[in-house]
Design a binder for this molecule. Structure first.
Ligand code: UD1
Length: 424
């Protein structure tokens, strides 16, 4: 045990061929925004297709602290805010995940007052929240910051024209939440366009909000005073789907990835195709096979609909199998290369210069003891370990479990030898 936390490892015997079907769960990055969004309603909200991952469990703990009733049955959560109390969320919980910051927008919108700690999340860069705060201030909030504690209050939140310097997912959603009950019209320009934002706007509109343009660079929100009961389904997780598609391209034999929205993972699928992958598309699924003659490709991470930063690390593993030199550039975060030294330990030939990688392939990978330095670096380790010869042990596997529902069951069902072990 480390404090009160179990130390989990993922143990993988690599080199197996994977066949069968992997069903994709609800999107982590939608679910973690939909739960805070639900507290804006004065009645019951149901969220279907909720992924069973530690990030959603931590948000349910925050709901308990706020005295909101919630009940999870199958993969649906019912949330009722009848008895909600606007209390401070403990620092330890805020720091367990990035998305705790959505309670800032939601509580500010509902009570015109919120006290919150700086959020946690993967250590992949400085990850400031200045754009969120500037937006709240434009809407009339006064902000006091003491160390990591933020107090935001407004007499009345009012609609505002907000231009985001960077199309930030977090800022777009947080400001949308705050604007939903503000007086007047808010326009968010240079908004992020990720599908998860559209999912959150759908729930809010189902509750009675008036949001137009989610999914485009300009979102218009006309504030309303009351929000009522609603139901929404979490969209399929495009990052989970993409991770399994990469695994399919490396280890699959007719590996089917189902319950996906193909359009959401097109930036990845088109790169895999450019490298030589053959992907069969169906309406809500793809079938992918391992090939041996992939060619090097270049890629840069971008905001949606560009190549997602969250797939950059797993995709690096694919690039180790491509013939020639591939160039990879991470453009969103300044510290998203934690996987590289471990991949090189397994046998890859990757040179890194700041956030740029030069990957020489193909190289065969061997099982090793490695560490999941963050969620998607952990996903990259899983991909590499499935491909590698021999046994790998991935330390700090809690990171992976934050974002991948039932990862061991899903992979075992298609033929992988994978298990989670707890170190006492
Ligand atoms: C979300 C996702 C994360 C994904 C990222 C980019 C969630 C819970 N997380 O993170 O998985 O990797 O989008 O697709 O949905 N920035 C600022 N100031 C701000 C806000 C952001 O400078 O106030 C910068 C960040 O440092 C980063 C970039 O903008 O360089 C993108 O950040 P953002 O889109 O906000 O990412 P997150 O919402 O944290």
């Amino acid at each position: 045990m480390r404090g009160d936390v179990n130390i989990k490892t993922i143990v993988i015997e690599g080199g197996k061929t994977l066949s069968g079907t992997i069903n994709i769960s609800g999107a982590k990055n939608s679910a973690v925004a939909l739960i805070p969004a639900a507290i804006l309603s004065d009645e019951e909200v149901i969220i279907d297709n909720l992924p069973n991952i530690s990030d959603t469990k931590n948000l349910v703990e925050i709901l308990n602290i706020l005295n909101c009733d919630s009940k999870i049955e199958n993969s649906s959560i019912k949330i009722n805010t009848k008895n909600i109390k606007n209390v401070l969320i403990p620092e330890i919980l805020s720091k367990k995940l990035r998305a705790s910051y959505y309670f800032m927008g939601a509580l500010l919108s509902k009570f015109n007052y919120v006290e919150m700690y700086f959020p946690g999340g993967c250590n992949i860069g400085s990850r400031p929240i200045d754009l969120h705060l500037k937006g709240f201030m434009k809407m009339g909030a006064k902000i006091t910051i003491k160390k990591d504690k933020y107090t935001l209050q407004a007499k009345n939140l009012k609609g505002a024209n907000i231009y985001l310097d960077i199309p930030s997912v977090g800022a777009t959603i947080n400001l949308m939440l705050a604007a939903t009950k503000a007086n007047g019209i808010t326009i968010i320009e240079n908004a992020a366009k990720e599908p998860e934002i559209v999912n959150v706007a759908s729930l809010l509109n189902n509750m009675g909000a008036k949001i137009h343009g989610a999914g485009t660079a300009t979102i218009k929100i006309e504030g309303v005073s009351k929000l009522s009961k609603a139901r929404v389904e979490v969209i399929p997780d495009r990052i989970e789907a993409g991770t399994y598609a990469i695994i399919g391209a490396l280890c699959g034999k007719n590996l089917k990835i189902s319950n996906i929205i193909c359009e959401h993972i097109e930036p990845l699928l088109s790169k895999l195709t450019e490298a030589g992958a053959e992907i069969k598309y169906d309406e809500n699924s793809i079938i992918i096979n391992k090939k041996t003659n992939y060619k090097a490709v270049n890629i840069k991470t971008l905001v949606y609909p560009g190549f997602p930063t969250d797939l950059g690390q797993p995709f690096t593993v694919f690039l180790t199998q491509c013939k020639g030199i591939s160039h990879f550039e991470e453009t969103l975060y300044e510290n998203r290369m934690g996987h590289v030294s471990y991949l090189n330990k397994m046998g890859s030939l990757i040179k890194s210069h700041a956030q740029c990688l030069e990957i020489k392939g193909p190289t065969s990978l061997n099982g090793q003891i490695v560490t999941a330095t963050d969620l998607r670096a952990g996903a990259a380790m899983v991909v590499a370990a499935l491909l590698a010869k021999g046994k790998s042990i991935i330390l700090d596997a809690e990171h992976v479990l934050r974002g991948y529902e039932n990862i061991t069951e899903k992979l075992s069902n298609v033929g992988a030898k994978i298990e989670i072990r707890e170190i006492e």
